[in-house]
Design a protein around this ligand. Structure first.
Ligand code: AMP
Ligand code: FE
Ligand code: FE
Ligand code: ZN
Length: 297
């Protein structure tokens, strides 16, 4: 059984529609796919229809932009939460508002460097996603001939230290985790050692921090991810074993938006997947919320 638990569609910064994502997953030989767009459940309905069409098992999830008390950003994967649970809706709305507010701020910075893009251009090209992000601005820069790909846009302009870098709001981690669990969902830390140089023991995202998250109800760690070196994966796997956390693996597929993240390039062990679903089921039982069911092929 091939299981990929972290992928993006055009509801955020992927380049496939939710339907195309599901079809691509089937073509890639996956049996189980999770759709986890940034900060939104907008792609769920279309992906669910498509999963029924092609007979793929679909797990509805999202990847939420949060910040730890230390100030470090953390991408939190949330699986099977009730997307109508008010604390979750409110938490996500603040993140989406922060995304919206950042777009004109970045465009102002670009204009200082004589790169003149309008917000309307960016949004039209992106197709009006719920979660607008820097990759969409990158796409507008590509269309205008300023850069050749998203990677170059991040390196020279939009990434940290780039000429037009602007930060944005992220949800305080622990209240957001409570909101996901209260919504009957289960949580996994996405690529914990991928986005910054944490050092060989993870630094501020090391075993002690992960133990704290487990005590706050975290279910698992995304270990097998393209941003993790072999050594990082082995160290994280040992930490997960120590802390009795579930280990996941995924592609973090973004369509053509991210190179070297092909569907199924990393996968999750069926036993870990089963434990993740159990944790979501017990959160749902405890919350009494009507949470989305896994679409079973
Ligand atoms: P944002 O969500 O607007 O803060 O932008 C961050 C997103 O951009 C991440 O979720 C990644 O998917 C994407 N991203 C970051 N670096 C790159 C890169 N070098 N190439 C393509 N996409 C990237
Ligand atoms: Fe992304
Ligand atoms: Fe991420
Ligand atoms: Zn992602």
């Amino acid at each position: 059984m091939r299981i990929d638990l972290h992928t993006h569609s055009r509801a955020s910064d992927g380049t496939d529609s939710p339907r195309e994502l599901v079809h691509a997953a089937t073509a890639a030989g996956l049996d189980v796919l999770a759709i986890t767009d940034h900060d939104t459940s907008d792609g769920w309905a279309e992906a669910t229809d498509a999963a029924h069409e092609v007979g793929l098992t679909l797990v509805r999830g999202m990847e939420i932009s949060t910040r730890m008390a230390s100030g470090l950003g953390l991408h939190l994967l949330a699986y099977l939460p009730d997307p109508t649970y008010p604390p979750l809706v409110e938490g996500l709305q603040r993140v989406l508002d922060g995304r919206d507010e950042r777009v004109p701020a970045i465009l102002d910075r670009l204009r200082e460097h004589d790169v003149d893009l309008t917000e309307a251009d960016v949004r039209r090209l992106a197709g009006g996603p719920a979660a607008v992000g820097r990759p969409h601005i990158a796409d507008a820069m590509i269309a205008a001939g300023v850069v050749t790909d998203r990677n170059e846009a991040f390196r020279d302009w939009l990434g940290w230290g780039g000429r037009a870098f602007v930060g944005r709001y992220a949800a305080p981690l622990e209240p957001l985790m409570d909101a996901v669990h209260g919504a009957g969902g289960a949580t996994v830390v996405a690529h914990p050692w991928g986005r910054h140089d944490h050092g060989p023991d993870g630094g501020a995202m090391g075993e002690a921090a992960l133990a704290g998250l487990r005590d706050a109800g975290l279910t698992g760690i995304e270990v097998d991810h393209q941003d993790h070196s072999r050594v990082a994966r082995e160290t994280l796997r040992a930490i997960a074993r120590n802390l009795d956390l579930v280990v996941t693996g995924s592609s973090d597929y973004h369509g053509t938006g991210k190179v070297d993240h092909e569907l199924g390039c990393n996968t999750t062990d069926p036993d870990d997947y089963a434990r993740l679903l159990e944790r979501a089921a017990s959160a749902a039982a405890a919350s009494g919320r009507t949470t989305p069911e896994v679409v079973v092929a």
